[in-house]
Design a protein around this ligand. Structure first.
Ligand code: ATP
Ligand code: MG
Length: 401
């Protein structure tokens, strides 16, 4: 069967405002939008299969509408629906989230706004010895990201909208959840301005502040990766998650745009780019994760292999739809339409697209939470004792998550 879905942004502003002003229920508005946007499957015989209303349910801060998607709707075409979530937001004049679950489409229509700011300390409780950490808040509550399920992440956004603060929050959660198993290689191309002070953490192997240092550091890591591959090959493992080894290495790159080679003599930058692509392509199975963060997302600053192997994509407010689409995926311009709020971003996580507010963490909070892991600090405290100290965060026992 031939299927077509045309959810087009060409829907005229006039049509949307007529939906908005008309005195109809949100359910009717949703169905009008399906109709206007041609959200259906058309068979060769001309039969049109529409989204079928299943149920609606009241939530604390809005209403959930569930529709069965017509059979034969290809996965790629579902993404069109996600891309055009703005049509629903404009039409209903409310916050809307879309989620796909099997053959079902869930539309969450909210009466409230997301918080403009929330503090990192609210991420509690964290999961001990897990790679699943809270990364932001949507209308439905905390959003979690499991780095064992989706190993690599790209992050983009205009200057001053919260990329580095977000990296610090991720790093803090990973350390607090896995203090004995996590290890960081950090490339901070602002001459270590942001992360140099965290080189003292026992979980941080090195912070490189410029392309030369980054290339040397990545060469050391390359040698380790080769050894890891040999060890995996000898034991017949293909993925670290099949083993009982809970060690994971995170490579964090902040300001990756500064790693773009200017010409072919820019050997350090070229090597760094190659290494980051290698990590994204082959090192995930070995337990190496990449978090790649850039200010100016254009195809030059976001290597194709890095982007294609990173199934988690975060984009803070950004200059234009093109830059947004470079981070979030084809035609996905939503990060250009985000409100002017620091810490607000769009997240692509597998098939889902969410607007979320990431937690705010100051350097002081990060320091306070991690002080017991600073090399040379509090020698009287063992890491296990440190976990019960006053600066530590509450944990859920494994199994209750
Ligand atoms: N999650 C957040 N919630 C509220 N405010 C935030 C959040 N993240 C960042 N901010 C504010 O925005 C400022 C800039 O954040 P940050 O340094 O992370 O931006 P950036 O995107 O890394 O900028 P640049 O590209 O210039 O490095 C912070 O100093 C803080 O005041
Ligand atoms: Mg920054």
């Amino acid at each position: 069967m031939l299927s077509t879905i045309g959810v087009s942004l060409l829907l005229s502003a006039g049509l949307l405002s007529s939906i908005r002003t008309e005195n109809m229920s949100d359910k009717n508005k949703i169905e009008k939008i399906f109709e206007y946007t041609g959200t259906h499957v058309k068979g060769l015989n001309g039969n049109v299969k529409k989204c079928q209303f299943i149920r609606k349910a009241k939530m604390e801060n809005g209403t959930e509408y569930v529709y069965r998607l017509p059979l034969g709707l290809p996965y790629k075409q579902l993404q069109h629906l996600n891309k055009n979530i703005g049509v629903f937001k404009d039409g209903l004049h409310k916050n809307v989230e879309v989620e796909f679950d099997g053959g079902m489409l869930h539309l969450y229509v909210y009466e409230t706004d997301l918080p403009k700011k929330w503090e990192y300390k609210e991420v509690v409780p964290l999961l001990k010895n897990k790679w699943n950490i809270p990364i932001g808040k949507t209308h439905k509550g905390l959003v979690w990201h499991d780095f064992d399920q989706i190993p690599h992440m790209v992050v983009g956004g205009t200057t001053r909208y919260g990329k580095t603060v977000n990296l610090k929050g991720l790093m803090t959660s990973l350390i607090l959840s896995n203090p004995h198993d996590v290890e960081f290689y950090i490339i901070d191309l602002k001459e270590k301005l942001e992360f140099g002070k965290y080189e003292k953490l026992k979980q941080v192997t090195q912070v490189a502040g410029n392309p030369k240092e980054a290339a040397d550091m990545l060469e050391d890591l390359r040698k380790r990766i080769v050894k890891m591959m040999q060890a995996f090959g000898a034991c017949g493992y293909t993925n670290i998650t099949e083993t009982n080894d809970n060690k994971r290495i995170f490579v964090i790159v902040d300001e990756a745009n500064r790693l773009v080679p200017q010409n072919r003599h820019d050997k350090d930058k070229m090597f760094c780019q190659e290494m980051l692509e290698l990590i994204a392509c082959i090192a995930g199975g070995l337990g190496v994760r990449l978090i790649f963060c850039t200010q100016y997302p254009v195809s030059k600053t976001m290597p194709r292999d890095v982007k294609q192997n990173s199934d988690a994509k975060m984009c803070f407010r950004i200059q234009n739809k093109y830059a947004s689409a470079v981070v979030l995926g084809e035609e996905n311009g939503h990060a250009a339409e985000l409100p002017d709020i620091r810490g607000r971003c769009m997240l692509v996580q597998g098939p889902n697209l969410l607007e979320m507010q990431v937690p705010y963490i100051s350097d002081k909070t990060m320091n306070d939470l991690l002080v017991d892991y600073m090399k040379g600090a509090r020698k009287d405290v063992t890491p296990d004792e440190a976990e019960t100290g006053e600066n530590t965060i509450e944990f859920i026992p494994i199994g209750d998550a």
